[in-house]
Design a protein around this ligand. Structure first.
Ligand code: ATP
Length: 233
């Protein structure tokens, strides 16, 4: 996928009745890049991710994901890993045993599990029970499930939500490791500050509409909506 746009979608739109929750959003994700999808609660982040995953049917919009038509998610989903709602883990099983369970469920090779544990920074803790993990570790295990099939595109919906600052640093380091292997990452947050040091580009959304899209260093700090995002928690 070198040099290719892993996601190239224009005019992505979702309406529920007369209500437009995603309004003509363009998404262009270069191979190996990390893109932040930033916006307050209800901005449409989850809906955009769900449309890329074929979980929600777009009202309008066209384009490709991993070279396949957006309208045919079955053609590309085997190369996509996602954390949208955390999988339900078994509290009394170890992190490793939980990954084994989800690998079997997804038909993935169990031999990939050590690499996944390494990527999500849980090596050394994989034998501990899930219930003993911090929230950040639980989130990283969830991301581990998304990585089991060795996906080319990784979609993470608010993995830093509720995680303390140290846990957030761990998640950011993990996202960098994921992308360093050439994977493309789309990650959402309602706070720009949580992701600004990890993303190559950001897409700022508000009420379903795109407010800014581009590299972070070009993001004008005077823009009202950006100030809002920096200040909101
Ligand atoms: P959050 O951080 O709260 O998850 P978000 O940016 O991910 O916010 P979405 O979950 O995509 O936002 O929701 C965008 C808007 O679409 C919200 O106002 C939500 O109420 C609305 N919405 C989502 N799903 C449906 C649905 N099935 N029917 C009607 N409205 C919906």
């Amino acid at each position: 996928t070198d040099g290719l746009e892993v996601v190239a979608v224009t005019g992505l739109t979702k309406r529920y009745g007369r209500r437009t929750v995603v309004d003509g959003v363009d998404l262009h994700l270069a191979a190996g890049s990390i893109t932040g999808l930033i916006g307050p609660n209800g901005a449409g982040k989850t809906t955009i991710m769900s449309m890329l995953l074929g979980l929600v049917r777009p009202t309008a919009g066209r384009g490709t994901v991993l070279g396949h038509d957006l309208t045919r998610p079955a053609d590309y989903l085997s190369r996509v890993g996602a954390l949208i709602e955390g999988p339900a883990f078994f509290g009394n099983l170890s992190g490793r045993a939980n990954l084994q369970y989800f690998a079997r469920l997804g038909g993935h090779d169990l031999a990939g599990i050590p690499e996944v544990l390494d990527l999500v920074g849980l090596q050394g803790r994989e034998g501990d029970s899930y219930s003993s993990y911090s929230l950040g570790m639980k989130q990283r295990l969830g991301i581990g499930v998304a990585l089991l099939g060795d996906p080319d595109l990784v979609i993470l919906d608010e993995p830093t939500n509720g995680v303390d600052p140290a846990g957030m640093r761990d998640i950011r380091a993990m996202v960098r490791r994921i992308a360093a292997d050439g994977r493309t990452v789309l990650i959402s947050s309602h706070l720009l500050a949580e992701l600004e040091h990890v993303c190559d580009r950001v897409i700022v959304l508000d009420q379903g509409g795109l407010r800014y899209s581009g590299p972070l260093h070009e993001l004008p700090s005077s823009r009202a909506e950006v100030i809002l995002l920096r200040g909101l928690s």
